[in-house]
Design a protein. Sequence first.
Lengths: 121, 107
Amino acid sequence: EVHLVESGGDLVQPGGSLRLSCAASAFTFSTYWMTWVRQAPGKGLDWVASITPAGSDKYYVDSVRGRFTISRDNPTNSLYLQMNNLRVDDTAVYYCARVAPLGSGYVIDYWGQGTLVTVSS
Amino acid sequence: DIQMTQSPSTLSSSIGDRVTITCRASQSISSWLAWYQQKPGKAPNLLIYKASSLQSGVPSRFSGSGSGTEFTLTISSLQPDDFATYFCHQYQSYPYTFGQGTKLEIK
């Protein structure tokens, strides 16, 4: 069964930095797009960033572009999200998710359990 | 950006009821729509992709329909395990977006 485990969430002050990690197992990580999605407390889901299987192309929501960087290390089956200049409204549970080719499109099919990032002074 | 609007925001229903949740896109997304179920403190679970395709392992009481801008998720006969929050999600184009969610409660 596909397994995704996030880590790195913490309490950080506004303007600070954090690096989230996601350890993937039970599938061929290097062949899948991967994504980060976040959910603020009691709110809906917000797509943050996606990365191609080789890591050559990256896509971001406007609100994080220039502050967050998605990356991956295929030999170690790891996905990362470097978050700089954090703001209070970045407070959320951050989910690592796999994007699978289903029905001739690419859709998020598996999610990790999430890691909480709290930005507060 | 493509805005996704779900209705209703909250739905109170009973075991055995047939329920329908609607999702409307601000522009056409063809059939690039997914539905997820989320329970408190848990990650979302994929139910439906490409508007009407049932994800492997998902009970057949769940079904999806629609294309373009109007979509529905139907649960044919509510079971106790179905009380949760449901989100629609468009993956037609970046930035990917989600509906605000429909909380399905026990009446």
